[in-house]
Design a protein around this ligand. Structure first.
Ligand SMILES: O=C(CO)COP(=O)(O)O
Length: 253
């Protein structure tokens, strides 16, 4: 059975105090308003993980994610954070391969594969992001582009390892732009992703994988997006920074 998931990627936003207020508000709204059939994930910046995690621990629906992870186990890697460190502060999920990390930090397919392995080895579940830039969509090469991203990082995982993975489709032209993919564009890409996954892994694993949509998802468009048969939830940026909007998105299933 596929999980329905709404994950908030806070990116590089909020101070410590603001992060605690935001997660407390979300926690209260989720307790009061959301029924038990959805997994809610918050991904605060590294310094706030432990404190935010203490608050999410008391709510069965809520889970903690990191926004990045080192591919290395330990050692002289200044500024990096390892899977065992993340695990030790209660991190359950990690976002891997976000387009901002691929673009600004030059993370390539091989590095992302190593990050996937490092997370899974510590029992942290990866949320693997893929998605094409506008030029690729305009040139009608978006399926090929996303297919290659999936193949180049995921296909080396075993079926058991892949069972831990959630996929997020985030077309780059829709991130932070206010221009959402239409529900039809999202559905056709999600169906394509699932089909590609069924070629790499066993059919049941591909069928059971949650595929999230990300890119200007908000309370007004979430319901239509989430109603698509292969859209199992969302990875939310801007709208996850406002407790009311984020909760309304969670309630859009
Ligand atoms: O990048 C995203 C989530 O990871 C999406 O960001 P926005 O929701 O702000 O477009």
């Amino acid at each position: 059975m596929r999980k329905r998931i709404v994950a908030g990627n806070w990116k590089m936003n909020k101070t410590y105090e603001e992060a605690l207020s935001l997660v407390s508000e979300i926690d209260n709204m989720v307790r009061d308003e959301v029924n038990g059939d959805v997994t809610v994930i918050v991904a605060p910046p590294f310094p706030f993980l432990q404190s935010v995690g203490k608050l999410t621990q008391g709510n069965d629906l809520m889970h903690l994610a990191a926004q990045n992870i080192s591919e290395h186990d330990s050692g002289a890697f200044t500024g990096e954070v390892s899977a065992s460190m993340l695990k030790s502060v209660g991190t359950e999920y990690v976002i891997i391969g976000h387009s901002e990390r691929r673009m600004y930090h030059h993370e390539d397919a091989q590095t992302l594969y190593k990050k996937l392995k490092a997370a899974i080895a510590q029992g942290i579940k990866p949320i693997f992001c893929c998605g094409e830039p506008l030029e690729e969509r305009d040139a009608d090469r978006h399926f090929e582009y996303v297919g290659k991203q999936l193949h180049d990082s995921l296909s080396y995982l075993s079926n058991e390892e892949f069972d831990q993975v959630t996929v997020a489709y985030e077309p780059i032209w829709a991130i932070g732009t206010g221009r959402t993919a239409s529900s039809q564009q999202a559905q056709e890409m999600h169906a394509y992703i699932r089909e590609q996954l069924s070629r790499m892994f066993d059919a049941e694993a591909a069928h059971n994988t949650s595929i999230l949509y990300g890119g200007s998802c908000n309370p007004s468009n979430a319901q239509e997006l989430f109603a698509q048969p292969d859209v199992d939830g969302g990875l939310i940026g801007g709208a996850s920074l406002k407790s009311r909007d984020f909760t309304d998105i969670i309630k859009s299933f």
